[in-house]
Design a protein around this ligand. Structure first.
Ligand code: ADP
Ligand code: MG
Length: 155
């Protein structure tokens, strides 16, 4: 049984702050999948995540043609957006299975990678909820469960 946490975030700053908290707590090899419709707040979360990882780059946007953007920080952040993925060949082209190594991966539209996702990961589901968002986190694997417990203590 995976650990879960559900939160209501009533403004973009809250989404960013949650990402930042996760970035401060994340360890090497951390794999984060971000599920949610267009405009749900996945990239907003990654902007906070980057700040929490000590990435100094000011402007984090979703990678488009490259599918992967890499940022140096306390740990290297790999921001992967599979929205434009056309098939498994694209995954091979970007070396999808090599991420995150000793860094941290944050994947938008992870459902497009299906069976190629690792078993041990933190799933984050973001849904529209009135003006705000409701967010559910589910951890799989020991280190992600420990991460989620740490997030619970700060949220
Ligand atoms: P996605 O990457 O999921 O397509 P973005 O992060 O690019 O979404 O955009 C999400 C939009 O929703 C932004 O305008 C952002 O300010 C807003 N947003 C993010 N989190 C919240 C929240 N908790 N409440 C209200 N608006 C939010
Ligand atoms: Mg996005």
């Amino acid at each position: 049984m995976a650990g879960t946490l559900t939160l209501r975030l009533d403004a973009p700053e809250k989404t960013r702050a949650l990402g930042e908290a996760v970035g401060r707590l994340a360890g090497p090899g951390c794999y984060i999948c971000l599920y949610g419709d267009l405009g749900a707040g996945k990239t907003t979360f990654v902007q906070g995540l980057a700040a929490g990882l000590g990435v100094t780059e000011a402007y984090i946007t979703s990678p488009s043609f490259a599918l992967v953007n890499e940022y140096a920080g306390r740990l290297t952040l790999y921001h992967i957006d599979l929205y434009r993925l056309s098939g498994p060949d694209d995954l091979a082209d970007i070396g999808f299975s090599e991420y995150p190594g000793a860094g941290v991966a944050a994947v938008e539209w992870p459902e497009r990678a299906g069976e190629y996702l690792p078993d041990e990961r933190l799933d984050i589901f973001i849904e529209y909820d009135g003006e705000g968002r409701s967010i559910r986190l589910a951890a799989y694997g020991k280190s992600c469960e420990a991460l989620l417990e740490a997030i619970c203590r700060t949220s």
